[in-house]
Design a protein around this ligand. Structure first.
Ligand code: F6R
Length: 242
């Protein structure tokens, strides 16, 4: 794993955006895996700024998001589809029909999981997957205990994840209890992974990830077995390490 240490969230966001932009410029029809959440917001804003200034084109890009809440449709302000549209897609020249987010309101959520896996395969697999990390080591919505063999599936969200995400909702009770997420095996099939971590809240998770012990109790630990992972972390997230 390669670690890029940056000063703070602002620097992390610029660095991560530049990392992605460079890949997109090199391969304008690449397949990108994307994440939602507070950590990725700044990265997306920097990608938008670059699009306005330098006109990096996303016309041929295909994207697959990691996850979506069950029960929320794409116009619900708390859905991850809405997050992606408003924080990124609506501001680029990307073809919306090539932006995939699991459909949280699908009539048959299990079938939606299988369809999502097939779509990823049909597009030749994910070339660069952007990841955040949960305080408990979750990646996507793969909570501690998730099988390393898992493919896109339905998950029950843990209390800690629901509490962490409640900041985006009016109240905790509004946070859905179920979600669709790419599985760990799905994530591990991406050719390359870029994981972002910012702030003290991620310190323990980053420390544990870098300890190198691989266990299903700590989902992100599987990344130690991937051959092409880059972590961009700020000083606060790395402060537990020498
Ligand atoms: C979101 C996702 C999650 C987040 C993680 C960190 O699509 O898959 O795993 O990356 O919960 O979230 P933030 O960035 O809000 O701390």
């Amino acid at each position: 794993m390669k670690i890029i240490r940056v000063k703070d969230y602002e620097e992390l966001s610029k660095h991560a955006a530049n990392y992605i932009i460079e890949k997109v410029r090199k391969k304008p029809n690449m397949v990108l895996g994307l994440a939602t959440g507070g950590t990725s917001e700044g990265t997306y804003q920097n990608m938008i700024n670059d699009y306005k200034e330098n006109h990096t084109s996303y016309k041929e890009i295909t994207t697959f998001n990691l996850d979506e809440y069950i029960g929320l449709d794409g116009i619900n302000k708390n859905s991850y589809r809405f997050f992606m549209d408003t924080h990124l897609f609506n501001h680029l020249d990307i073809d919306q029909t090539k932006t995939f987010v699991p459909r949280g309101n699908a009539k048959d959520p299990m079938a939606e999981c299988n369809t999502y896996e097939l779509l990823i395969k049909e597009h030749g697999g994910i070339e660069l997957q952007l990841l955040g990390i949960g305080g408990n080591g979750h990646i996507g919505f793969n909570e501690p205990g998730s099988s390393f063999q898992s493919r896109t599936h339905l998950v029950e969200l843990t209390d800690s994840t629901r509490r962490a995400n409640a900041r985006f909702f009016e109240k905790l009770e509004d946070v859905p209890t179920l979600a669709i997420t790419m599985g760990i095996a799905t994530i591990m099939e991406s050719k390359e992974i870029l994981l972002l971590a910012s702030g003290e809240a991620k310190r323990e998770a980053i420390k544990r990830l870098l300890e190198g012990k691989v266990s299903e109790d700590f989902p992100a630990s599987i990344l130690n077995k991937h051959s092409n992972v880059t972590i961009i972390a700020d000083e606060a997230a790395l402060s537990g390490l020498s």
